[in-house]
Design a protein around this ligand. Structure first.
Ligand code: NAP
Length: 288
C-alpha cells in the first residue's frame, strides 16, 4: 500500500544516535496504516549535543510525538515541560507527546517489559528472587516495575560495580520491601547469586554481536530459573540458547519492544494499537 501524504499528515518518529538500526518505523507505520491514521513515523538521528535544540525544533514544526532511544532516554528528562510520575521515578523517558506547545514525557519500557514477561513466561514476579545483569537505562525501568509488582529481592550485577550499587540503593529507597543488593561480575559471586534466584534477566548488550558469549556462566543456569533476555536482535541469543538446551523457560526481547511500542502508539494516537499486526510486521522485519 502506498502511503498518502497530504497537508494534514501528522509526523511521529524516533530519536536516537545512531538510529539506522531501529525497527520501530516498520511496525509503527504498519499500525498507522492499518487504522487509517493520517500520520507517518520516521527516524531522526540526533547527536547528543543537539538534543535540547532538536526537542525545541520538533515542537516548533508541529511533530506530534516521538520515541526516544539510546543514548537520550535519561538526558531528555530535565528538558521536558512535564514528565509522568512513573518516568520521573525511573529516571528515563522513551516516549514524548507534544501537545498544546508542551512536551510530555512517559516511560513505556517498564510496562512493555512487564506485559511481555507475564505473557510469555507466565510468571508473576511477586515474591520472587530476581537477578538483573546490567544496570543501565533498561535495567532501571525493569527493576522499577518488578519492585513495584512485589519482587521479594533484586540482585544487580554490572561490570561497573558502582552502577549496580547505585541502582540497588535507588530501588531499595523507592521500594523498601524489596531487598536489593549489588554483586560483582566475578564468576563465583555471579554464579552464587544466580543459584539463589528464581528469575534471571539480561539487560546488557552482550548477545547482540555474532561472536558474543553467553552473558553468564551457563553452568549456573538451573531448572528452577526462568530467563528473559531483553535483546531482540538476534532473536536467539547465546543466553536463550543455553537456557533452552537445559529446558529452562526463556523469552527474548521482541515482546518488550512490541509492547513498549504499542503503549507509545496509544499515547500518540489515543487509539488501541493493533498488536497482532505489529507483532507480525516486527517478526517479518527481524527475519524470524
Ligand atoms: P546501557 O544503558 O548501556 O546498559 C547496559 C549496562 O550493562 C551497562 O552498564 C554496561 O556497562 C553493562 N554491561 C555490559 N556488559 C556487561 C556484562 N558482561 N556483565 C554485566 N554488565 C555488563 O544499555 P540499555 O539501554 O540498558 O540497553 C541494554 C540492552 O537492552 C541493549 O542491547 C538494548 O538494545 C536492549 N534493549 C531492549 C529493549 C527492548 O524493547 N527489548 C529496550 C531497551 C533496551 P558498560 O556501560 O561499562 O558497558
Amino acid at each position: 500500500m502506498t502511503k498518502k501524504i497530504d497537508g494534514k499528515t501528522k509526523v511521529l518518529g524516533i530519536i536516537g544516535y545512531p538510529i539506522k538500526h531501529t525497527f520501530s518505523p516498520y511496525f509503527q507505520n504498519a499500525a498507522l496504516d492499518a487504522l487509517r491514521i493520517n500520520a507517518v513515523y520516521v527516524p531522526f538521528e540526533v547527536e547528543p549535543k543537539k538534543l535540547r535544540g532538536t526537542l525545541r525544533d520538533l515542537a516548533a514544526i508541529g511533530v506530534s510525538g516521538i520515541n526516544v532511544t539510546i543514548p537520550h532516554k535519561e538526558k531528555v528528562v530535565p528538558l521536558l515541560d512535564k514528565v509522568s510520575a512513573e518516568a520521573k521515578a525511573i529516571g528515563a523517558v522513551n516516549t514524548i507527546v507534544f501537545k498544546g506547545g508542551k512536551s510530555i514525557g512517559y516511560n513505556t519500557d517498564a510496562e512493555g517489559f512487564l506485559i511481555s514477561f507475564k505473557k510469555e513466561l507466565k510468571v508473576n514476579p511477586k515474591g520472587k528472587a530476581i537477578i538483573i545483569i546490567g544496570s543501565g537505562g533498561a535495567a532501571k525501568a525493569i527493576s522499577y516495575v518488578l519492585a513495584r509488582e512485589g519482587a521479594a529481592s533484586i540482585t544487580f550485577a554490572d561490570v561497573v560495580y558502582r552502577k549496580a550499587k547505585a541502582l540497588a540503593r535507588k530501588i531499595r529507597k523507592d521500594f523498601p520491601r524489596c531487598t536489593c543488593r549489588a554483586v560483582s561480575t566475578t564468576r563465583s559471586q555471579l554464579n552464587n547469586a544466580i543459584r539463589g534466584s528464581d528469575i534471571l534477566i539480561n539487560a546488557t548488550p552482550v548477545g547482540m554481536k555474532a561472536l558474543d558469549p553467553c552473558v553468564v556462566d551457563p553452568k549456573a543456569l538451573h531448572r528452577g530459573l526462568v530467563v528473559y533476555d531483553i535483546i531482540y536482535n538476534p532473536p536467539l541469543t547465546p543466553l536463550l540458547r543455553e537456557a533452552r538446551k537445559r529446558k529452562i523457560r526463556a523469552a527474548g526481547g521482541i515482546g518488550m519492544l512490541l509492547h513498549q511500542g504499542a503503549l507509545s502508539f496509544g499515547l500518540f494516537t489515543g487509539k488501541r494499537a493493533p498488536i497482532s499486526l505489529m507483532r507480525a510486521r516486527l517478526k517479518k522485519t527481524i527475519g524470524r
